[in-house]
Design a protein around this ligand. Structure first.
Ligand code: 1PR
Length: 550
């Protein structure tokens, strides 16, 4: 098989990139030192996380000059995400650090005044200005395809600026900001999005680069609507995974977090078994899920951390599922079965190496938030959220929140932040606050959901997975009041979760809140609706969604 050299210099999920490269018929050779670069014919630089961190690492290890030489020699070069950013002169993210400087422009942070930052999700890489002229696409990028982006900094697009130097540019629009999604010139191709996480559309771009097919005749003239907002509504499938009473790993689903069958006579109150995790993840990918989330809802007690079955599930899933994978459950400092201390960062590292793109932290985030407030809102750099986001970037850290409603007669009845609710409590109470819980809802804490999300945003979480115990498994729709309250409190993206029972509930949450994504579990697992049906419904309501591509 033909080979491509891949630079392994930063933390992050490179397994998915290797899987994607192999999927399109190439094998990877690792560049382990600058001396390996001259031997490389095709070179790919991946990258996630912090611009300054990545570029300083490259500089310190002596990679920058060999990379410049590789590019100047006209050999194929591809940069992904921070690998694209590295080509620029610099970034507002770390103004002191210099980029490789092949592109005479700088990156700046997205404006978060009226949108979430980081920009996470599926957006365009629109080559229509190039394509309109030539009728050809760039490295397989199609104006109507969507690609997975996750970043807070981007190169603003100014028409003609790079083109005058011979660059072809693909653009995307987030809110009112148009930015560079991909660039190409001669032997260089770079994408701000992650092609290895962009389904068939992304695999096509990787293959086109590796095959050296810079242009491809487009079947039809692309639509002229190049500059419209391109971010789609994200639909996520979530798999709660645990061992059942026979010791098999199964996808399960609770009602308000109770995962045992209710008719105890016929089933003996067994753990609900809805299928096998890897097979179900693949099924949802093929239905068009924009992301797949695994939550390990038991901690696989008595099992050494390195043998946790979730690692194998991720490895196998990432071979066939080319959309972002999140893993949650048990991410905290822990002591292994042999007495060795293992940090949350070590556990996250194992997951990233096995194919996860994000880790999701539940109980540990609540404890960290309590300590944050007890210290007078001071950070201490030692929490799982801080250590993992420092090493892998904020976008890699999701905080999963498990709140439960606590009704009160009036806001004075509690020191916590309350909302006036349209769904009164059992005694007619018109107010409630949302109490955070730990250990899968088993233990309520003296922290409300607003306090929690603001604390974890300050610590460096990149996204909130907002469950709701009252709604979980009820098929009665999302808790719109909760989602609006949380969206008001923070700038990072929010994934609405719990309560989805039909496609209309997804439309409702996107129309009535500013949520960035919506997640469903039971309705998909029970086969009542497919992800595809949800997306078709959303599209029928005029909401932008990503179409699944074969
Ligand atoms: O606390 O860091 O070890 O993480 C544990 C993780 O496991 C948390 O993210 C927590 O939400 C989750 N979890 C723990 N126990 C349960 C349980 O069900 N007994 N599941 C559990 C949480 C909630 C969602 C669910 C949605 C949508 N499940 O993931 O998929 O509510 O369901 P629906 O669409 O069917 O209504 P830590």
């Amino acid at each position: 098989m033909p080979t491509v050299h891949l630079l392994d210099y930063v933390a992050g999920n490179v397994r998915s990139l290797v899987n994607a490269i192999e999927k399109v018929g190439y094998t990877v050779e690792w560049v382990r030192s600058p001396a390996d670069i001259p031997a490389a014919e095709k070179l790919i630089i991946p990258g996630v996380g912090h611009f300054g961190h990545c570029l300083s690492q490259l500089e310190k290890a002596g990679y920058v000059e060999p990379i410049r030489k590789h590019i100047a020699a006209g050999k194929p070069f591809m940069g992904i995400c921070v690998g694209l950013q590295a080509l620029f002169q610099g970034s507002e993210e770390d103004p002191e650090v210099r980029g490789i400087g092949v592109i005479p422009a700088r990156l700046k942070r997205f404006d978060d005044k009226d949108k979430s930052v980081p920009h996470i999700g599926w957006n365009s890489a629109n080559t229509s200005s190039t394509a309109e002229v030539t009728g050809e696409s760039l490295y397989g990028l199609r104006p109507d395809s969507k690609y997975y982006y996750v970043h807070s900094y981007a190169a603003p697009y100014r028409q003609g600026e790079l083109e005058k130097d011979g660059w072809a540019v693909a653009t995307a629009r987030y809110g009112d900001e148009e930015f560079i999604g991909a660039v190409a010139r001669d032997n260089v191709f770079a994408t701000q999005f992650h092609p290895e996480k962009s389904g068939a559309a992304g695999l096509r771009a990787i293959k086109a680069f590796l095959d050296g097919k810079r242009t491809e005749k487009l079947a039809e003239t692309p639509p002229a609507a190049a500059t419209k907002e391109g971010l789609t509504r994200r639909v996520i499938a979530c798999l709660d995974v645990r061992t059942n009473d026979q010791g098999d790993l199964v996808v399960t689903k609770g009602d308000q977090y109770d995962v045992r069958e209710r008719d105890g006579v016929s089933t003996g109150g067994a753990v609900r078994n809805l299928g096998k995790p890897v097979d179900m993840a693949r099924k949802y990918y093929e239905q068009g899920a924009d992301e797949v989330t695994f939550l390990n809802i038991t901690s696989f007690r008595n099992c050494p951390v390195a043998d946790t079955p979730m690692l194998e599930i991720l490895r196998r899933t990432s071979e066939t599922v080319f959309v972002p994978l999140t893993i949650g459950g048990g991410i905290r400092d822990t002591v292994d079965t042999d007495g060795t201390k293992i940090s949350a960062l070590d556990i996250a590292t194992m997951y990233f190496k096995s194919g996860a793109d994000k880790v999701s932290i539940g109980s540990d985030a609540v404890i960290a938030a309590e300590e944050y407030y007890a210290r007078g809102k001071k950070l201490n750099a030692t929490t799982a959220i801080e250590t993992i986001s420092a090493a892998y970037g904020n976008q890699a850290v999701v905080v999963s929140v498990d709140p439960r409603r606590v009704y009160v007669a009036s806001p004075d009845a509690t020191p916590h932040h309350t909302i006036k609710t349209k769904t009164p409590g059992p005694n007619g109470e018109n107010y409630c606050w949302y109490q955070c819980t730990i250990k899968g809802g088993r233990e309520g804490r003296d922290v409300d959901v607003r306090q929690l999300v603001q604390a974890v945003e300050a610590m460096g979480a990149g996204e909130i997975l907002l469950n709701c115990i009252d709604k979980d498994g009820t098929n009665s729709g999302f808790d719109i009041e909760l989602i609006n309250d949380v969206k008001d409190a923070i700038k990072i993206p929010v994934i609405a979760s719990s309560g989805a029972g039909n496609p209309g509930h997804f439309a409702e949450v996107f129309e009535q809140t500013a949520t960035d994504a919506a997640l469903g579990a039971g309705m998909f697992h029970r086969g009542e609706y497919t992800v595809k049906q949800v997306k078709e419904y959303l599209q029928g309501r005029g909401l932008l969604v990503r179409q699944f591509e074969e």
